[in-house]
Design a protein around this ligand. Structure first.
Ligand SMILES: [Zn+2]
Length: 99
């Protein structure tokens, strides 16, 4: 069950962010901590330039909803969300964090 949700999320994320990660996003990919997954939702924290941000990606009815607590990330358009998506592609990390 958990793995099916995980695979759906990964497939959707790959469709949503298909290009190469930006240099800004790359810096954050390995920096996430406190990552948790509940079904098709991933929440993780990362230290940014102005404090700690909470970043989430949620697959809801085949739609990706991304959000971040930084000042530009409300709708998911920031490099923290992009970085989290790159992390989602690493299945071993998802397995580790599954509740
Ligand atoms: Zn952000």
């Amino acid at each position: 069950m958990q793995d099916a949700a995980c695979e759906m999320l990964q497939a959707a994320v790959r469709r949503y962010w298909s290009g190469k990660p930006s240099d800004k996003a790359k810096r954050y990919v390995d920096a996430f901590f406190d990552a948790t997954r509940i079904g098709t939702k991933i929440i993780a924290k990362v230290h940014g330039n102005h404090g700690t941000y909470t970043v989430s990606i949620h697959l809801n009815q085949q739609m990706i909803n991304a959000a971040c607590s930084c000042y530009i990330g409300k709708g998911g358009g920031c490099h923290h969300c992009e970085a989290l998506n790159r992390m989602v592609s690493a299945i071993k990390l998802l397995r580790k964090v599954s509740a």
